[in-house]
Design a protein around this ligand. Structure first.
Ligand SMILES: O=C(CO)COP(=O)(O)O
Length: 265
């Protein structure tokens, strides 16, 4: 199975010219190292503002890099009077293939709850947009040994989604769902769980998914939180880690592609 390497740029970079420079570097790097990167899906998630700009560059210069949105409307899958929102239909029309849902920063700063996330997931499915669904425990929950309990609760959205979906969605569920395990305490902190810890958590996630639906045994499970070129090789060595969701280290083409190379096994 090819690994999934996703760069989440969050609210970065600050300018159109910096976006242009980052994408130019990525396109050039992917082109120059295509053999070393052939076992990876490479994807980037710019800010909403910069999606169209990045799509324009990738459409003409690199089919190898796929476009991801950091968010999607919970209110409408199509159009409507929802100021400031962007829908799955609009994203799909632009050429975006995936959306990140449930990132801990959205849960924390935008109070996104399970109902909101379930709506977002349904809207993505209705438009054929893939979902990268993020889950992860806080530091307090990690310290208290509550990790699996928290993840099990967050994963109930997948069970709810399966209950609402039609048989026709089976193909979507098999091919357009990715889970990203991001312990909140590891994001942007330089602190990382051990590879053994992540491996055990991923096994738990996989078992849980399988208990909902047998085909979910093949769902890719990514790790995210302070992934750097220096630790990527360690995470890549675990069969349970099917790729990474990268924040800070995705803002430089060199470090992002070095991480991807570690996973291109
Ligand atoms: O939140 C993340 C990716 O979604 C991880 O961010 P960092 O790689 O900066 O820790």
């Amino acid at each position: 199975m090819k690994s999934w390497i996703v760069g989440n740029w969050k609210l970065n970079p600050a300018s159109v010219s910096a976006v242009q420079a980052l994408v130019d570097d990525l396109v050039e790097g992917v082109d120059a190292q295509s053999t070393a990167l052939q076992n990876c899906h490479i994807m980037v998630a710019p800010s909403l503002l910069h999606l169209s700009q990045v799509e324009d560059i990738l459409r003409t210069k690199s089919a190898a890099i796929k476009l991801v949105c950091q968010d999607v409307s919970a209110l409408s899958a199509e159009t409507g009077a929802y100021t400031g929102d962007v829908s799955a239909q609009q994203l799909q029309d632009l050429g975006v293939q995936w959306a990140i849902i449930g990132h801990s920063e959205r849960r924390q700063y935008f109070n996104e709850d399970n109902d909101t996330l379930l709506n977002k997931m349904k809207h993505c499915a209705a438009q054929g947009l893939g979902v990268i669904f993020c889950i992860g425990e806080s530091e307090a929950d990690f310290e208290a040994g509550n990790t699996t309990q928290v993840l099990a609760e967050q994963l109930t959205i997948i069970a709810d989604f399966l209950q609402h979906s039609e048989a026709a969605d089976a193909d979507y569920i098999a091919n357009k769902l990715i889970i990203a395990y991001e312990p909140v305490w590891a994001i942007g902190t330089g602190k990382v769980p051990s590879v053994e810890e992540v491996t055990e958590v991923h096994k738990f996630i996989r078992e849980r998914l399988q208990s909902f639906e047998a085909t979910l045994a093949k769902t890719p499970v990514l790790y995210g939180g302070s992934v750097k070129p220096e630790n990527a090789q360690d995470f890549a060595a675990s069969e349970q880690i099917n790729g990474v969701l990268v924040g800070g280290a995705a803002l430089k083409a060199d470090s992002f592609l070095d991480i991807a190379k570690a996973f291109s096994k």
